[in-house]
Design a protein around this ligand. Sequence first.
Ligand code: NDP
Length: 457
Amino acid sequence: MTTYDFDLFVIGAGSGGVRAARFAADFGARVAVAESRYLGGTCVNVGCMPKKYFIYGASFRDEFRQARGYGWDAEVPAFDWNTLVASKDHEIRRLNGIYRALLVNSGVTLLEAHARILDPHTVEVEGRCYRCERILIATGGWPDVPDFPGREHAITSNEAFYLPELPKRVVVVGGGYIAVEFASIFQGLGAKTTLLYRRELFLRGFDQGVREHLRDEMLKRGHDLQFNADVARIDKVADGSLQVTLKDGRVLEADCVFYATGRRPMLDDLGLENTGVALDERGFIEVGETFQTTEPSIYAIGDVIGRVQLTPVALAEGMTLARHLFSPDSYRPLNYDLIASAVFSLPNLASIGLSEEEARERGHRLKIFQSSFRPTKLSLTEVQERTLMKLVVDADSDQVLGCHMVGPDAGEQIQCLAIALKAGATKACFDDTLGIHPTAAEEWVTMRKPVREDEAR
Ligand code: NDP
């Protein structure tokens, strides 16, 4: 009989790997986790958490401006980049410690070094081989910068959190979550920021109306948004600054070029060639419903499978897999429907369910409810920012198919509405709900007349 050192060997201590390891250990499995970089993975170290601190940092500019209308005779004070970075680093070290304690206290063996798969049941860490009944790959993703002359001058989100100083002029390239969030961070903290996106409007896949609203609000804040624009080359010039030549021949001057053009799966030196693990056509690890790869003893979850690259999804995948393997009675397949998400731009954009365009493509006859208003907090200020809330409703069943918002704390609001949508709420449920006055969120339950309604068929 084969004896194994571990029932489950997890490679990668990010959100998904740690969750799977802890749950598996709680269910009685003998578990090891190997991590070569940082505990907590992308989210804790170079993703969600530091990004949120930086967005909070950037948002104080708004607060200082608004305070004047309320009698605070304040100029925008000087901003110190090094203080923000040091505070962020301090907090992240605390979070790393929490992750370490979570693992160790649940009885998981933690190996803080690179792990390489030698065969479907063997992992090597620092020259030592471990025999494992199952291996879980949870190595996450890595920024993917396309190949072009001068790409070595570009930085990514991995470096942005550790820059020695706030650049004066930043060119952000990309039109996804990371590009839009970092454009808001750099601009809010005081850098002159240009965002370049290769198509006509950023955040492809989100509802067109909210994308346009966010574009307009970012323009009001002084962003330089350049759509249908892409980089041909980057050159470093004598004074150390960067010259960004666009494909249309224009040249931009910058101190920093920040690329956020998607993320690739982190498979470097993992030893996949020693296994039968197959990749899908995009290069991510291919898995079935229970996260099993094409090598039966090897599983994969999180960004490395490229399904939905969000922390709560990786957490849910980790939990689902641990249940499937070690607590089958509590196992339920993971439902990927209705996943809410937020872009932590300034202002925030958040969304759950179908966009108007997706709902139409799927054949729904729609009623669209929409409210655009200046938030009460801004009434005493000169700030002209407007919030947008939008409901996509099936005209025949009355079911609410999607909720979309651009405005302060949009992520917080959409998180709560996600429960209603998961429960199958109809527009009548929204109408029957009394608001909390005065809040922005009460608008969700006071939109009476559709702004558009498809004709009856
Ligand atoms: P995304 O995949 O969201 O966006 C990539 C962007 O880069 C798109 O606008 C894409 O354009 C553009 N792009 C891709 N290739 C090129 C190229 N060769 N040249 C120019 N532009 C290019 O990636 P991100 O890096 O923004 O984020 C990665 C993932 O991380 C996201 O999918 C998201 O799931 C997750 N994330 C979530 C956050 C949150 O929940 N708040 C925050 C940050 C990240 P096009 O539209 O034309 O394809």
